[in-house]
Design a protein around this ligand. Structure first.
Ligand code: PEP
Ligand code: MG
Length: 875
């Protein structure tokens, strides 16, 4: 049976997203609902995958199907490709399964050639429109299909305007447009050594191929990696009859959201431009009118549009983002999709829709991307500091949040400066998809042009970055490295602050304050907590971090990295004394200094956690991390420690290892230096006894975790040090204290022998950072150097250190869980590697029935929501 690669809109529906892509499936669904959608067909994502399988060629079978469906489209519309009487023009657009705004390419007005342009001019009695469409088509085709620079086309337009002594594009006449068409064609011919294709079928096939190709352009790949979209999905291509928003004053085009994407307010929100084509609104070149004004300009179309918006929102049970065109006063829907929104808006919409009875709490939980919550957890401007600041200009509040940073004018500069640790605000005339990486590293984005739906606004909201757009008062002198506003000059590198919630821009640095969970956020999170079964702990090494995590909803600490406490003040001195100790006495003296300091650290953490469980991990890194490498620093330290430079230098060089991460670290330190395990045990047990005395109701039960264990005998050996010390101290104090000893599963051998380890370990915590490192054999510190080439070659699509490799590392975890439970059915299981805060890894943890995941404090709310979503999906 032959595969069907092409579907008319009438043949599909919203459930066919995988095959037809989001745009295609929704166009089909709107057609099915009887909404005014221009006719068209969709070439499937399977055709895109086949294109790549066949070595980047559209095979004959697919070409034949496309031609067959073009015939059907011609029959449906009564128009014909290239026809001198009634020509058909189409748009060719990409449409992947997940929406990737602005990431891929679109071509409008396809099907125009000299004959067709003349026909359109005659029929529409509007030659300016006909030749405007023609020149736009040449521009887009040259850019998208042939990769010619857009800039030269803009320059040609500027040259023609200069010759005519006009400033505005709208002043260009029909004759000017014809001149542009000719000059564009000449440029095309000169650059490519071929003439511009006149056969619409050739134009279409080349455009379809370009859309397939755009699936693998750099910005699409980057967007996919940022959003966990696999390359195997492919993109569909939609070929749709053109309707024209630029045919005259009763024509127009716009985009709208059923609710505000910035605040979530339940009110139609959008923008339109009369006598314009879609790209004009999105590119932000002309400043559009608000959707409410459409009521006056085109009342019938407005009424119909409002009705369609409401129907679509009820149908999809989600806020919709729509594109429409009005041709001769008649409304056409070109797209609908679930709208991207800020985190604040997402929560408000979710809560409001539950209150309106449109969705239930579980549906509401599934509507918000866990990662999005991050935007709510970051600092806002300190209200006091803000009062003292005066805005230098104000524009559109395109994406909320507060950002303070130094001015940069290009995405590349943003990346460079951010890499060197600076905070930057990216100031652009307008942004384009090439700017995405620079936007991602900026504290905020400020654009001179563009509305609430401009590229900058949409992308910033998606990223959770703050953005102010359309700041038309700013006069840019980007090349010279400054801008002017209110008569004052702001140079590259100067500090500015932007408030994406109010649209204000300040010419100074403004201090920020931490966020808090309240209102809709609090209500929403309470639904998440009710729904999830997985517990969420945090990785915290200080009372401050622990308190922050509790505020964000942490239910315990899954990992205290004790070494992090060793770097401050007197502790680093004591640990260095321990490292250089030559005799047992010297060693013991150093440990005796460390113990009370550690005890105090642990007391602080127990107090901050107010009785919630705390897992403390024993000293883990190789000892060389605690000593200096620079000769000057060694000299200074030797003086401080009262030993000779040579002696200290010798100790330090003795610590050198070829592979320190696979070297003398983790429990191996305790096997060589039992004093460390004894000291850390004493500190933990004494701290717990003390805090329990003050707060008997907390009933602290210390959880002691041994790192990097690889064998049962090793575990028994170190555990014995722990229990001997702990039991002796408990007996000495004459108190009751239950404590637990467990192990991390970080080396593959531990996972393979987990049934044996479970004889001694009361709990396992998967240290997925090391487990990933040792399973792949990738250094966690250096893999970033070569992984990009693996992404390019599509060998790996994600960084396995951020997103758990379920296939390989996950198999080891699954095995260890099964083996561990065989020996000890009630063994407590958790993840404390970085993956503990990653939604897809959390889903995996939930599937295995782990007890908890542990992540950094700022990821706790994200993990709470991800765990709730995992529970719902797994029902
Ligand atoms: C781990 O390896 O996953 C872990 C949590 O330990 P660390 O990152 O401290 O090595
Ligand atoms: Mg580790």
């Amino acid at each position: 049976m032959t595969t069907k690669y092409v579907y008319l809109f009438q043949e599909g529906d919203a459930n066919m997203r995988e095959l037809l892509g989001g745009k295609g499936a929704n166009l089909a669904e709107m057609s099915k609902l009887g909404m005014p959608v221009p006719n068209g067909f969709t070439i499937t994502t399977e055709a895109c995958n086949k294109y790549y399988e066949d070595g980047e060629t559209i095979n004959e079978e697919i070409q034949a199907q496309i031609m067959e469906y073009l015939g059907k489209l011609e029959a449906e519309t009564g128009k014909k490709f290239g026809d001198a009487q009634n020509p058909l023009l189409v748009s060719v657009r990409s449409g992947a399964r997940a929406s990737m705004p602005g990431m891929m390419d679109t071509i409008l007005n396809l099907g125009i050639n000299d004959v067709v342009a003349k026909t359109i001019a005659d029929k529409s009695q509007n030659p300016r429109f006909a030749y405007d469409s023609y020149r736009r088509f040449i521009q887009m085709f040259a850019d998208v299909v042939k990769g010619l620079s857009k800039k030269r086309f803009e320059e040609i337009i500027d040259e023609v305007k200069a010759q005519r002594g006009i400033k505005d594009d709208l002043e260009l006449t029909a004759e000017d447009m014809m001149t542009l068409v000719e000059r564009f064609k000449e440029f095309y011919q000169a650059e490519l050594h071929e003439s511009f294709p006149t056969d619409p079928k050739t134009q279409m096939m080349e455009a379809i191929e370009a859309v397939f190709k755009s699936w693998n352009n750099e910005r699409a790949i980057y967007y996919r990696r940022m959003n966990d979209i696999p390359s195997s999905w492919g993109t569909a291509v939609n070929v749709q009859m053109m309707v024209f928003g630029n045919m005259g004053e009763d024509c127009g085009t716009g985009v709208a959201f059923t609710r505000s994407p910035a605040t979530g307010e339940n009110k139609l929100f959008g923008e339109f431009l009369m006598n314009a084509q879609g790209e004009d609104v999105v590119a932000g070149v002309r400043t559009p009118q608000s959707i409410d004004q459409l009521k006056e300009v085109s009342p019938t179309a407005y009424e119909q549009f409002v009705d369609i918006c409401s129907k679509l929102e009820h149908h999809y049970k989600n806020m919709q983002d729509m594109e429409f065109t009005i041709e001769g006063g008649k409304l056409f829907m070109l797209q609908t999709r679930n709208g991207k929104r800020t985190a604040q808006a997402a929560l408000k919409i979710a809560c409001d829709m539950v209150d309106e009875g449109l969705i239930n709490e579980e549906e509401a939980l599934l509507m918000v991307e866990p990662q999005q919550l991050d935007a709510l957890l970051h600092p806002m401007f300190d209200p006091e500091a803000l009062k003292k600041a005066t805005a230098i200009t104000s524009a559109l509040p395109a994406s909320p949040g507060a950002g303070s940073g130094q001015i940069v004018f290009t995405a590349d500069e943003a990346k460079e400066e951010a890499d060197s640790g600076k905070k930057v605000i990216l100031v652009r005339l307008e942004t384009s998809p090439e700017d995405i990486e620079g936007m991602a590293v900026s504290e905020g984005i400020l654009t001179v042009r563009g509305g609430m739906t401009s590229h900058a606004a949409v992308v910033a909201r998606g990223m959770g970055a703050c953005c102010v757009s359309g700041a038309g008062d700013i006069e840019m002198h980007e090349e010279e490295g400054y801008f002017v506003v209110g008569g004052k000059r702001y140079n590259r590198g100067a500090w500015i602050s932007i408030d994406g919630s109010t649209g204000n821009v300040y010419g100074e640095k403004i201090e920020t304050v931490p966020a808090e969970i309240s209102g809709n956020f609090e209500r929403f999170m309470s639904w998440a907590d009710k729904t999830r079964t997985l517990k969420i702990r945090t990785n915290a090494d200080t009372p401050r971090d622990a308190r922050q995590a509790v505020e964000f909803g942490a239910e315990g600490i899954g990992l205290v990295r004790t070494e992090h406490m060793f770097f401050e003040g007197d502790k680093i001195k004591a640990i260095r004394e321990m490292i250089v100790a030559k005799t047992d006495e010297q060693m013991q003296a150093a440990l005796n200094k460390l113990e009370p300091m550690q005890q105090k650290d642990f007391e602080g953490i127990y107090e901050a956690m107010e009785g919630r469980p705390v897992t403390i991990r024993y000293l883990d890194p190789p000892l060389h991390e605690f000593v200096p490498t620079d000769p000057e620093d060694i000299k200074e330290l030797a003086k401080e420690m009262n030993i000779s430079y040579d002696e200290l230098a010798q100790v330090i060089s003795g610590l050198h290892e070829v592979n320190p991460m696979m070297g003398h670290r983790g429990s191996r330190l305790d096997v060589s230096n039992p004093g460390i395990a004894h000291m850390q045990t004493a500190a933990i047990i004494k701290a717990a006894i003390n805090v329990n005395k003050a707060h008997p109701e907390w009933n602290i039960e210390p959880e002691i975790m041994l790192p990097l264990i690889g064998d049962l005998k090793e575990l028994q050996y170190v555990k014995k040090m722990v229990t001997e010390t702990a039991d002796a101290i408990i007996a000495q104090n004459g108190v009751e204290l239950t404590y637990h000893v467990g192990t991390m599963i970080e080396v593959p051998r531990a996972a393979l022998l987990a049934d044996e380890l479970a004889q001694e370990a009361e709990f396992f915590s998967f240290g997925t950072n090391d487990l990933t490192q040792l399973t792949f054999g990738f250094s966690r510190d250096d893999a970033g150097k070569f992984l990009p080439e693996y992404y390019d070659a599509k060998i790996y699509e994600n960084d396995p250190f951020s997103r758990l490799d379920q296939k390989g590392v996950g198999k080891l975890i699954d095995m260890a869980v099964t083996l561990g439970r065989q020996t000890r059915p009630d063994i407590k299981l958790g993840i404390c590697g970085e993956h503990g805060g990653d939604p897809s890894s959390i889903e995996f943890a939930n599937k295995l029935g782990l007890s908890y995941v542990s992540c950094s404090p700022y990821r706790v709310p994200i993990a709470r929501l991800a765990a709730a979503q995992a529970a719902i999906k797994q029902k």
